[in-house]
Design a protein around this ligand. Sequence first.
Ligand code: KG4
Ligand code: ZN
Length: 331
Amino acid sequence: MFILGIETSCDETAAAVVKDGATILSSVVSSQVEVHHRYGGIVPELASRKHVEAIVPIVGEAMENCGMSLNQIDAIAVTRGPGLVGALLVGFSYAKASAYALDIPWVGVNHLEGHIKSVFLEENPPPFPFTALLASGGHTSIYYVTSHTSFEIMGQTRDDAAGEAFDKVAKILDLGYPGGVVIDKLSKKGDSNIIKFPRPYLEKSTFDFSFSGIKTAVNRYIMRNQDNYKNQITDIVAGFQEAVVEVLAYKIIHAAREKKCRHIALVGGVAANSRLREKVRENAASNGLTVHIPSLHLCGDNAAMIAAVGYHYLKAGKTSGLSDDVFSRSR
Ligand code: KG4
Ligand code: ZN
């Protein structure tokens, strides 16, 4: 089954063609980073406008890259939520209209489920059940995944998402947006042992997270060291990154142990973080667990993961209708 995936929940316009929920034939991601960069964060109204401009050419590019035409597509899968409503509506309306015109089924899918399923686009996907840590700009959650269409949430952030903390710390230090990539790179030049930041909830038995305290601690450190903090940027970001990574790595290992399952998936934009990838692999190895982390291009938002989710719902006979709508928050 050839599925056209569409993703417009945030600041990436993406389209992909995926065969049988596992083989990527083409995947195009058009980032709006340049548009939002000067504002230090995403401006929802601008995001919607850019999606409107990009959606038709990006789908066209995805079709061209795999040498197929739209009438060879069997179904469409599109992100329904969570995300920015105005942004979601662009992809959702496009999918509705195209499916109607092509007279093919379509299904709206959960963006978070998309991230979880990104590991199925790689070779050797995890067997069920597995625990997944989803860390992105909008979410930080741990899931117990039991099948292609069922999963339960074990814990989630009570305030900032991990990626949001990276972005906010980068903004405080004037390092640019999005902050994760910059902090990852700068941390390699710093020493994470020089400045210690708090590890919230580390010792608690909950699988929930809290990251706003680390961000505040970084802010306080800067206030107290107004004169010389600029000479310590690499050590500050390395210390901050290590605090976030230690909490994330500890919780996902313990979630797997609690569920007595041997496989872990690390997904979402923050799964691109080199220190997190390294630390989770180290901790998993010492606990006899296997780790599945997608390649970098599948960690961030993309439409292939949306097609991968859609495939299993469509196969189970689940489709969406013209009266269905997008949703903004996790549910
Ligand atoms: O999954 P994603 O592309 O979009 C959302 O659904 O949110 O995640 C974006 C987030 C941003 O906060 C970005 O700073 C973070 O992922 N990110 C990283 C890295 N690359 C992207 N965070 C830490 N280290 C990275 N290398
Ligand atoms: Zn995402």
